[in-house]
Design a protein around this ligand. Structure first.
Ligand SMILES: Cc1cc2nc3c(=O)[nH]c(=O)nc-3n(C[C@H](O)[C@H](O)[C@H](O)COP(=O)(O)OP(=O)(O)OC[C@H]3O[C@@H](n4cnc5c(N)ncnc54)[C@H](O)[C@@H]3O)c2cc1C
Length: 463
């Protein structure tokens, strides 16, 4: 659907909000409608770049009056591109990026459009951090509302587990505070229920003393994949909680620190980020995997936490062409390892990657009904990133992504809401939340958004 607003309607919106209002006639329009996923090309009728709660209230009222669908944009990294729509109104929070840190209470308040780079820079200035995503230009908004897994999660939980409170503009224009003491039902829903309940203009997080971390990066030849996966499977459940790890299958980047003969070579790479007190303890923590085969490259170094948070940014540039699927896998059994090894051998695009996350630890210790986030006890998240560099490889890469996913699902236990592809919407109810949590979310949706105004997301239907 493509809808054009009359200029008088657009002017009325301009008069009712402080922030910029962008329509297709404006020079800024094409940039403003771009999202991270370069395969998404949608043309909203209007984009409201809000500057305050009141702007958000006015933008929602405007969209409802004109019967426009609403997309809410935080960092713009939704893989299916939910933060932009055809013919509707985009509530763009990208001008709301302030982060305030209170080192005395170890808390931070961040505006709803902040990116992890904003957040990590502000908290690092005080030697503090909270678990966030592994690419620094991702938004805190979508990532927190869906759960949020990162390098610190085994030690300090998901991002949503560190959410202490939020300011939310609801579909009927109320500005509510959600926390353990105020609107606790809404607070529950925000910790994994996605953007279903309103526009969050401020998030408040608990922080932890984290300044320097130890990174170790170990690459193995593709042929050693099976041994490395087996060692990773054995090591993962009891790995020290101070170590966050992802085992990646990818082509080695042409980075200056990688030997030239390895540039673009397919490798299995263990990236381990440790907040153990000393480099020796950090090295010992991942040793069983690092010694599973003879590495073709290895490095270990202490790094400021924000540097680790941005070290993978270059591999995930804005405009990336991607089709992604993912599955929780409780155990890397022989069958799951066979599937991964076979998939690695069949990878059609030099850019496509497989990421095997090790979770558990603090993530698994949170009670199942304490938040909507499902599959907490599951050890591994396998993220299949079908990235392609040019259109000629699209079809084969999409097919490879699906084949890999199909081969893994017999060993899987469900989905992570932020990693569901656009063609699998039924996974939200069935594989992310399950019956009981979905019913509770659905009740909450009826209470806070009975008309399903916020439906451009992994949607929860009002009961
Ligand atoms: C390059 C890349 C790396 C990633 N790495 C990780 C990772 O390490 N760990 C992880 O857990 N996930 C990761 N993800 C997935 C990520 O969590 C989701 O894509 C997330 O939705 C991105 O949030 P955003 O604010 O940037 O996205 P947006 O596209 O802006 O929003 C995503 C969804 O959240 C809603 N939303 C966003 N902000 C708000 C708000 N303030 N109020 C209400 N609703 C809002 C939107 O309406 C939309 O439905 C990654 C994604 C990408 C593309």
């Amino acid at each position: 659907m493509s809808q054009v607003l009359s200029s008088s309607a657009a002017d009325a919106l301009r008069n009712s909000i402080q922030g910029e209002v962008i329509t297709p006639e404006d020079a800024a329009y094409d940039d403003a409608r771009k999202v991270w996923n370069g395969t998404v090309d949608r043309r909203p009728a209007v984009i409201a770049r809000c500057l305050s709660d009141q702007d958000v209230v006015a933008a929602i009222a405007f969209a409802r009056k004109h019967d426009l669908p609403i997309a809410v944009r935080g960092g713009g990294h939704s893989l299916p591109g939910y933060s932009v729509c055809d013919g509707g109104l985009v509530i763009d929070l990208s001008a709301l990026r302030k982060v305030q840190v209170d080192p005395a209470t170890q808390r931070a308040k961040a505006q709803g459009g902040a990116l992890w780079s904003d957040f990590d820079a502000a908290t690092h200035a005080h030697g503090l951090a909270t678990p966030g995503g592994a690419i620094s230009h991702t938004g805190i908004g979508g990532l927190t509302l869906g759960g949020g897994m990162g390098w610190l999660s085994r030690r300090h939980g998901l991002t949503c587990d560190n959410l202490l409170g939020a300011s939310v503009v609801t579909a009927d224009g109320r500005v509510l505070r959600a926390s353990a003491d105020e609107n606790p039902d809404l607070y529950w829903g925000l910790r994994g229920g996605g953007g279903n309940f309103g526009v969050v203009t401020e998030f408040e997080y608990a922080l932890h003393p984290i300044a320097l971390v130890n990174l170790s990066l170990t690459m193995f030849a593709q042929d050693d994949g099976r041994s490395v996966l087996e060692a990773f499977a054995t090591w993962s459940p009891d790995a020290p909680e101070s170590t966050g790890a992802i085992l990646l299958f990818m082509n080695a980047p042409p980075a200056p620190f990688v030997p030239e003969q390895l540039h673009f070579a397919p490798v299995w790479a263990l990236a381990a980020v440790s907040s153990a007190p000393t480099p020796d303890e950090a090295a010992a923590a991942s040793e069983p995997v690092r010694r599973a085969a003879t590495p073709v490259f290895e490095m270990a170094t202490p790094m400021p936490y924000p540097a680790v948070q941005s070290m993978l940014d270059e591999g995930a540039p804005h405009g990336s062409l991607i089709y992604q699927k993912a599955e929780w896998v409780p155990e890397l059994s022989a069958g799951a390892i066979d599937a991964l090894v076979a998939s690695a051998a069949a990878k059609p695009s030099p850019m496509a990657q497989i990421h095997v996350w090790n979770l558990g630890g603090a993530v698994a210790r949170v009670a199942d009904d304490a938040t909507p986030f499902g599959n907490r006890g599951t050890q591994h998240m396998v993220d299949i990133q079908g990235l392609w560099p040019e259109p000629g490889l699209e079809e084969a890469t999409r097919a490879w992504t699906r084949t890999t996913f199909d081969a893994l699902t017999p060993f899987g236990s469900g989905a992570y809401v932020n990693f569901i592809s656009e063609d699998d919407p039924e996974r939200t109810k069935r594989d992310v939340y399950g019956e009981a949590r979905y019913r509770r979310l659905s009740e909450l949706k009826r209470q806070y958004d009975p008309a399903n105004v916020f439906r451009l997301n992994q949607n929860i239907e009002p009961a």
